[in-house]
Write a protein that binds this ligand. Structure first.
Ligand code: HEM
Length: 228
């Protein structure tokens, strides 16, 4: 079976309302969102683009950054222990159909070429975007942020060099990238059945998805709380 075929295979199956985002998944998603908003507001205030006083902005930014790093550490652990990291492996064969939909089909009312399933909550474009977020933008932010945060420890060594401006530049570039990611992400959340459909799903955890007989039987037996 090709990757494309397996992405579309569940379309004929009966649909059920199923909890697809666990409590922890929703908790980390929304707390990450809140922390990133606070970091963007305080960070761009440190940079002089937003109005928070410099000293307050630096203090709030530093504590919030530590909270986000702790959250990321727990969430990385959660992804590996639950096997959820597999959701992020992009199935590139279905990417052209997804790109065509977002470039054109979405404007003409075409049906979405991808159907969420129990095993596969994200389409190929989402997986690629989140992978880029987790492997490039996130590490660039926290690595440069930690180096920035520990500046007093290496200030003497870096005296007379451009080390600090380089770290600041990397951090700022990653901050712009994450802001762009957030803007596109928020726009994409409005493209469901209704503008708030995806947001509601991430709040309640439940969505209507096709379930195979085996999946329905497994959930009914082992995780009945996930079926409505
Ligand atoms: C994830 C961990 C992060 C750490 C450890 C961190 C740490 C820092 C530190 C120490 C500074 C310097 C503050 C000062 O001048 O004393 C800073 C600045 C800044 N941060 Fe972060 N930060 C993090 C995440 C973020 C995020 C998510 C954003 C944006 C969405 C962000 C945006 C900024 C901006 C725009 C500046 C000002 C850069 C400049 O003008 O030099 N940071 N950050």
């Amino acid at each position: 079976m090709t990757a494309v075929a397996s992405d579309f295979i569940k379309k004929g199956e009966p649909k059920r309302i199923v909890m697809i985002y666990s409590r922890y998944e929703r908790f980390w998603h929304w707390s990450q969102a809140a922390l990133i908003f606070i970091l963007a507001f305080t960070g761009f205030s440190v940079h002089g683009l937003l109005p928070l006083p410099y000293k307050t902005a630096v203090q709030v930014h530093s504590y919030t950054a530590i909270a986000l790093i702790v959250l990321w550490a727990f969430t990385t652990f959660w992804h590996f222990t639950t096997g959820q990291w597999r959701q992020y492996l992009p199935r590139l064969a279905s990417l052209p159909a997804i790109l065509k939909f977002y470039a054109w089909g979405i404007l003409t009312g075409a049906p979405h070429p991808y159907t969420k399933t129990l095993k596969r909550k994200q389409n190929a474009l989402q997986s690629l975007a989140y992978l880029w977020f987790m492997l490039v933008i996130g590490p660039a932010l926290w690595l440069s942020g930690i180096v920035y945060l520990t500046y007093p420890l290496w200030a003497k060594m870096a005296a007379g060099t451009i080390a600090l401006p380089v770290v600041a530049c990397i951090h700022l570039a990653a901050a712009y990238l994450i802001s762009l990611f957030v803007i596109i992400h928020i726009y994409m959340t409005t493209t469901g059945k209704t503008p708030l459909h995806y947001v509601k799903t991430m709040i309640t955890g439940y969505d209507t998805i096709p379930l195979s007989k085996a999946e329905a039987a497994y959930l009914a037996e082992d995780e009945p709380g996930r079926l409505k």
